[in-house]
Design a protein around this ligand. Sequence first.
Ligand code: FES
Length: 108
Amino acid sequence: MIRVCSTEDVPKGTAISADVDGTEIAVVHGEDGNFYAVHDECSHAAVALSEGEVEGCTLECWLHGSRFDLRTGEPTGLPATEPVPVYPVEVRDGDIYVSLTPSNGVTR
Ligand code: FES
């Protein structure tokens, strides 16, 4: 697990982007209170998901509006049809750690 940032860097309902050992990751604080990490690129086109809106435990792509479930990486609506990689997250002592091995088996 690699330390990415402090939990205070990601207020509830927001997302930030982070470079973790050369992998762009969107770290998201879901409205359910949990932290999530997904690859910071939409599976539909090369835009940053971290710039989209957080709703519940989904992250919406700002370009065409596909919403990705942060637990599974699956899009819940078109135009994206492919899931994005989801990275395991751990919170320890107020810091967020991620693993770069996707938990949903999706590689980029
Ligand atoms: S680029 Fe994300 S839905 Fe089209």
